[in-house]
Design a protein around this ligand. Structure first.
Ligand code: FE2
Length: 521
């Protein structure tokens, strides 16, 4: 079974402290005297050993004992400098700019007007409403940009804040960590440090910070193929609902595409809704029914393949709502009763292979193919739930969707809802061959995996990447892949919910403040 890389509050704190010390050494704030040589004892405890391994290589190379490292860390803790604390602040350019020096040696020049416009202390912001006080904005008050200056700048709270007074008669305070986080984007850099980062890595969330972010890089993904690849992570439910387990759960889903969670107590719709709400921010609401989740219960003579578990269901991504826009990022399925076998395939792995084997076919699938329609009322006659209102949703989009740089960002495909293609006459047969090749690869032993599922299990996947289906045969022969009492419930989670939950967990588990929509730190 795949081992779990721990990401706990303790580890986060440790990384932060180490990063701080590295910054100090780089900038010369803390004397970097030659460290004595020590032999590493053979009986270093596991916690100390982890700390030793987490240190910068130059410390490790000096063979410090873990005990010595911890002792040194504690001895400097009280006098440690913060890389985002302000060491000096002054007006420049006759007050049009403000120069700010941070304790890690970095120095920046900010526009005085940017500081006024960005200032979010209680003088300018109703925090309970999250709103600017309109009457006090430069826009409403009036602002002479060519003559806007700061008249005074000083540090307060020991350098944790900058207090400024401007020539419009206002004054305000800005957090040092806020200024340090934004500085590389908005200020002129005078001096950088060899390591001015606080050490909190949020790069794994960057592809999901908005609906138009670039696709994840190869380094951010662990692509898998059929049964021979890396196993899915299996996480016990009780771990998944802890903050540390929850954050790891999200990270692993975004990196590997899917995680199985086992052993949920009291399986059922309520468990699905509470688990998804607690761990991912909640299910996406379907406007046609009261419940946010779907529920698949076997129905004799069902018209829809979804409600007839004796036959195979092709691998697909859920289109969610609105399927004419950006589908939901995650799909959670949960076995409320019974057992069964589901199939999964890494759509990115298939797309990558198709590009290598048939570049022209890959190109055509990045332009055409996901024409779909769904009448939310008429198409759900087999559902055990009540559906009240309808929406008629259509989509015309490529099956393989790319970002602006041409990298694969999303697979959007479901054969059962596919409607007549609108590929131009001159390209249709060529496109159709590529579509058949792609669909065959999606269901080939080379790429498809089968996962046994039973009551209490969850399977959570990246719906932009991993396609899911139901094992079995298309003619219903070879029954016995699903138990007769199988009840499967599930639903989708929007990108916005996933990002919000991940951000909240990072804030909860890390001492590093995060700022702005891209989690600057
Ligand atoms: Fe589905």
């Amino acid at each position: 079974m795949l081992s779990i890389t721990k990401f706990s509050a303790v580890n986060s704190t440790t990384r932060f402290a180490v990063s701080q010390r590295t910054s100090q050494a780089c900038s010369g704030v803390v004397p970097s005297n030659p460290l004595p040589q020590f032999a590493v004892p053979s009986t270093v405890c596991s916690k100390d050993s982890r700390l030793l391994r987490s240190l910068p290589k130059r410390y490790q190379s000096r063979n410090l004992t873990a005990a010595r490292v911890i002792q040194q860390e504690r001895s400097v803790e009280s006098e440690i400098c913060s890389p985002s604390r302000i060491s000096a602040i002054s007006l420049s350019d006759n007050g049009f700019n403000v120069e700010i020096h941070f304790e890690d040696g970095t120095r920046y020049i900010f526009h005085s007007l940017w500081l006024r416009d960005a200032c979010r202390d209680e003088r300018f912001l109703k925090s309970a409403a999250g709103e600017r006080i309109l009457a006090l904005t430069p826009l409403v008050e009036g602002c002479d940009v060519s003559n806007f200056r700061a008249e005074r700048a000083e540090t307060v709270d020991g350098g944790d804040k900058a207090l400024l007074a401007w020539n419009d008669g206002h004054s305000g305070a800005l957090d040092a960590s806020f200024l340090k986080a934004y500085a590389p984007q908005v200020a002129e850099t005078i001096e950088t440090s060899c390591e001015s980062s606080t050490g909190l890595d949020v790069s794994w969330l960057e592809p999901y910070m908005s609906g138009t972010c670039p696709a994840p890089t190869e380094e951010q993904l662990s692509i898998w193929a059929g049964p021979d690849g890396e196993d899915f992570l299996v996480m016990p439910y009780e771990k998944a609902i802890t903050p540390e387990g929850n954050l790891e759960l999200i990270q692993r889903i975004l990196r590997h595409g899917a995680v199985k969670v086992t052993g949920a107590p009291d399986p059922g719709e309520e468990r699905l809704r509470s688990f998804v709400y607690d761990c991912f921010g909640g299910l996406q609401k379907d406007p046609s029914r009261a419940e946010a989740n779907w529920k698949i219960v076997r129905k004799e003579g069902a018209a829809s393949v979804s409600y007839n578990p004796t036959v195979r269901l092709n691998n697909h991504t859920d289109q969610s709502l609105p399927n004419h826009g950006i589908p939901a990022l995650l799909l959670a399925m949960h076995y409320a009763e019974g057992w069964g076998a589901n199939t999964f395939v890494d759509g990115f792995a298939v797309a990558k292979a198709l590009k290598e084997r048939n570049p022209r076919g890959f190109e055509l699938l990045t332009k055409y193919g996901n024409n779909q329609e769904r009448d939310l009322l008429a198409s759900r006659q087999d559902a055990s739930q009540n559906h009240t209102d309808s929406m008629y949703l259509t989509s015309v989009a490529p099956i393989i969707q790319l970002d602006d740089a041409g990298e694969v960002k999303r697979i959007q495909y479901n054969e059962v809802f596919r409607t007549p293609a609108t590929v131009p006459y001159s390209l249709f047969t060529e496109w159709y061959e590529a579509y058949l090749q792609f669909g065959t690869m999606l269901h080939s032993p080379e790429f498809e995996r089968e996962m046994p599922m039973s009551e209490g299990d969850f399977f959570i996947m990246n719906n932009w990447r991993v396609l899911h289906g139901r094992a079995g045969s298309h003619d219903g022969s070879g029954r016995g892949r699903q138990s007769p009492n199988r009840v499967l419930v599930g639903g989708t989670v929007t990108r916005e919910s996933v990002f919000s939950k991940a951000r909240a967990l990072l804030l909860q588990l890390s001492p590093v403040p995060l700022h702005g929509p891209t989690l600057l730190s």
